[in-house]
Structures are given as C-alpha cells and as structure tokens.
Design a protein around this ligand. Structure first.
Ligand SMILES: Cc1cc2nc3c(=O)[nH]c(=O)nc-3n(C[C@H](O)[C@H](O)[C@H](O)COP(=O)(O)OP(=O)(O)OC[C@H]3O[C@@H](n4cnc5c(N)ncnc54)[C@H](O)[C@@H]3O)c2cc1C
Length: 460
C-alpha cells in the first residue's frame, strides 16, 4: 500500500461526531495524518431535489442530501445544542457526568467561535416553570440549550470545514464498505480502494445503522438492542407555548400516564417553526425545525410527544416495530397524516375541509386522516393524557384545532459495547456518536468525538 493511502487516524462519517473528532485531533496532535471518509457530499453540494424541477416528494436519492454529507444529519437541523446529561444520550455513563458537561460546553465554545456568536443560550436554572409543571403532575428536565437555528448552524459548519480542509483529508461520496483488523491497526475498503490507519473512529450516525450492524458482525463486536420512540408532532399557535419558549426555548417535560404508567415526553420544540417530513430508508416520518432569522418565522410552534418502547425476550427488533407503525401511516396517508385534536377525541377522521376551516394553519401539507387507525391504543391514550396535562400549564394545547401529525418515530441504533474510552472490544477501534447507540443528539455526538480524539492523541 502506498504511503498516500496510509493515515494515523481514519474517521468514518462527517457528522458532528466525525467533525469534532477531526477538529480535536488537529488541535491536540497537529502532526497526525487524519482522513475523513463520508458517503454523502460536501456541504455546498447537499441539495434535496424536493421543490426544484417540479419534484414534489422524496424520490429516494442514492445518498439523501438531508441525512448524508458534511454536517451529517445535523446539517439542516434546528441546531439546538442541549447541554445536559438528562437527555440526548447516555454519554455520561461512560465518561462521567462532569466530563460530559465540560465537553458539551467546550463544543459550545467552538460553535460560538465559528459563527455562532450572538446566538442565545437558554436555561432552566431558576425558572418558575419547573414549579408550575410540578403542580400539574409534569416534570421539567434541567438543561441549557444553545439555539443556533438552521441558518447559523450551516454557517458554523461552513467555517469548520474551511478550517479543517487545509490539514485533514476529506473523501466525499466515499462510502466505506468494510473495516478490517490488521496487525498494525485497521484497513478500510472504499469501492476498489484500500486505505489503512493506526486508529479508526466510526461515526456513521443513524443513517449508517444497518452498515454498523454489518461491521459488528464482521468484527465480532458485541451489541445490544435499543429502544424506539413513537409519537406525534403537535402544532399549535405560537402564543400557546410562548411563556415557555421565550424563557427556555426548548422545554423537555415528562408525564407519567395514569392508565399505563408510561412516560410521555415533549421533544424537539420549535417556536415559530415548521413541520417537515423525514425519509429514513424509504419510510416517511415527521419532524420539525425553525430558523433563527425572524423573516423565516411561522405563526406556529411545533414539538413532538413521544413514548419510548423497549422490548424484552423474545422480540428484539424495536426499530422494526417503529418502522411497521410508520409504514401503516404511509400506507393510509401516502406519507405523513394530520388530524385535529378535536376530531381525534370525537372519534372522527379529519378531512381537508375540516383542516382548512381550522384556526391553526398547517405548515406541512399532509394527508388529513385518522391517527387512531395507525397508532397503538396504549401510545395514543398516553399522548391524549399528556395533551390534557399540558393544557393545564399552557391553556390552549387541548384545543379542537391543535394539529397532530403522525407518525414521529425516533429510531435508535443498537448499543455497541464500548469502554470508558469509547473504544470497542478491539483496541484502537472507536465507535462514537449516534451509531454507538449511546448518543442521540448534536451535543452528545460532538462531545463523544472530542473525547475519543483526545484519547487517541494521547495514545499516539
Ligand atoms: C431533521 C433533524 C433535526 C434534528 N435536530 C436536532 C437538534 O435540533 N438538536 C439535536 O441535538 N439533534 C438534532 N437532530 C439529531 C442530530 O442531527 C444527530 O443526533 C447528530 O447529527 C448525530 O451525529 P453523528 O455524527 O453521530 O451522526 P450523523 O450526523 O448522522 O452523521 C453520520 C455521517 O456518516 C455518514 N455515513 C454513514 N454511513 C457511512 C459509511 N458507510 N461510510 C462513510 N460515511 C458514512 C453519513 O452520510 C453521515 O453524514 C436532528 C436530526 C434530524 C434528522
């Protein structure tokens, strides 16, 4: 193998996990030869065809511009960096609570110095909203959140790429097919080409979950099944939640249902935001985001209400369960379905005319339908209970015209066995970010990248 194809460190995946690994490696050990392989495109080439040349819905591109490429799944996200151990992953269980928070703060500092200065940091510290929640059987989770917004998030990524590209070799449109263990480290196969390295970091995110399973099989790495979160996206007038969003931006509120004792939680709150669709391996689900730029604000706020499902023996395929529910909604609605809360409670489907007469204008064109034909009763009952509970702290949540889009599914990667260095059972092979099953957020994935990079820099 030519020296050209040999690196000290190879990083697979250029999402937040991969980017911050590269950043920290270059900062702490500038002489190391580092390469990043990414199956998607460079940032400026990431263009979803929907909306151009008459393309109205997902056409299943070979590489999805929304999920793949420099910036990973986070590139067009709302850019909410939550600094907390309470949600977004369980990184703290591996590296300790204080270290996890320090690293998330460190990432925040990098974001600020690369274009994010001037964005607001929201915090739950000293808020009266916690008490209000408790008085109504709801629980507010502690966090600080930096809201970059989709636009500033993009600027930060552009600046990081500019800085890194002079010293890190980036290979775009280069899907890694195989990872092999060698005597001195690792070899990766990219089409007909082979590259080698001393240390390898895998950070292929959720979109790389199936590939990650094959890596675990090939290299005999231990992994465990994980959970799946199923729910709906709620959309209502901005004013209903404004007392929460203006102070906290995003509030993670948890409720235990009376009927089944399940935990229902709010997730990904987008004041003045828009509801969007997401396509994961051909399955269309719902998501949401919002812009920092007030010119792009809508009149609505959206957030998800999710219920986690863990399965024990004999069923292990949590993601398969979530996929089946999403497929059912795709079958009935041709994609995402929308229903007014009032229609759901009266047991009637929403129709186009009922939605158009509604006082809430939907930000996503979805098929009017009946979510009770799609969602398992236990999950839907929990969501309805939670909407009534939220109505006590944000009156108007349980209004007839509140829109529910379904389904929102959060798939999790299986959990790969890693140690306190985020290293697998094979020395020198690190699995970080969402593909490890340990993180599921921008801040945790980024922090895991910094952590692994520091460990590698020390060991080399
Ligand atoms: C619409 C949307 C909005 C979101 N909003 C937020 C938010 O506001 N706040 C938040 O905390 N989180 C948010 N998330 C989640 C967040 O984006 C992820 O948690 C985060 O991006 C995970 O980072 P990662 O580096 O682990 O993986 P990813 O960002 O998924 O990056 C993995 C990269 O690896 C590449 N890859 C996959 N397989 C291969 C292979 N075989 N070879 C080479 N490359 C490969 C992929 O193309 C991808 O670019 C959002 C996600 C979506 C989809």
């Amino acid at each position: 193998m030519s020296a050209k194809n040999h690196f000290d460190v190879i990083i697979i995946g250029a999402g937040p996990g991969g980017i911050y690994s590269a950043y920290e490696l270059k900062k702490t050990a500038p002489n190391l030869k580092v390469a990043v392989f990414e199956s998607g495109s460079a940032l400026e080439k990431r263009k979803c065809p929907i909306g151009s040349n008459g393309v109205k819905s997902c056409i299943g591109c070979k590489s999805c511009a929304i999920m793949n490429g420099f910036g990973g799944a986070g590139a067009f996200s709302d850019g909410k960096y939550n600094i907390t151990n309470n949600f977004g992953g369980t990184l703290h269980e591996y590296i300790g609570r204080d270290t996890a928070i320090e690293l998330m703060q460190y990432v925040d500092g990098i974001n600020l110095s690369h274009g994010g200065e001037g964005t607001r940091l929201y915090s739950t510290a000293n808020t009266d909203i916690r008490k209000l929640c408790m008085q109504n059987d709801l629980h507010l989770l502690d966090a600080s959140v930096r809201h970059l917004g989709t636009d500033i998030n993009y600027v930060v990524l552009e600046n990081l790429y500019k800085e890194l590209s002079s010293s890190v070799e980036f290979f775009f449109d280069s899907k890694v097919d195989k990872v092999k263990k060698t005597d001195g480290g690792y070899e990766i196969e990219v089409g007909n080409d082979i590259y080698s390295c001393k240390k390898c970091i895998i950070s292929v995110g959720r979109s790389g979950s199936k590939w990650m399973e094959s890596v675990c099989r090939d290299l005999k790495l231990t992994s465990h099944s994980n959970r799946v979160d199923i729910g709906v996206r709620v959309e209502l007038p901005y004013e209903v939640f404004s007392h929460l969003t203006e102070e906290l931006y995003e509030s993670k509120i948890v409720y235990r249902t009376q009927k089944f004792q399940d935990l229902v939680r709010t997730f990904c709150m987008n004041p003045h935001g828009a509801v969007v669709t997401e396509n994961t391996n051909g399955i269309v689900t719902v998501n949401g985001h919002s812009y920092e730029d007030s010119a792009k604000h809508t009149a609505n706020t959206n957030f998800a209400l999710l219920v986690s499902k863990h399965f024990s023996e004999p069923f292990k395929d949590s993601n398969g369960y979530g996929e089946s529910i999403a497929r059912l909604s795709n079958m009935l609605g041709g994609g995402v379905m929308v229903q007014r809360f009032g229609d759901l409670i009266r047991g009637q489907r929403s129709t186009e005319s009922r939605i158009s007469e509604s006082f809430v204008t939907p930000t996503l064109k979805a098929t009017a339908g009946d979510l009770s034909l799609v969602m398992p009763k236990r999950i839907l009952d929990g969501i309805i209970e939670m909407i009534y509970a939220l109505d006590k702290i944000a009156p108007g949540t349980a209004n007839d015209d509140t829109l529910l889009y379904g389904v929102e599914v959060k798939f999790y990667n299986m959990q790969v066995q890693i140690n306190e260095n985020l290293e697998t059972e094979l020395s020198g092979l690190y699995v970080i970010g969402d593909c490890s099953g340990v993180t599921h957020s921008l801040s945790h994935a980024s922090a895991s990248g910094i952590y692994a990079a520091r460990h590698i820099a020390q060991s080399l």
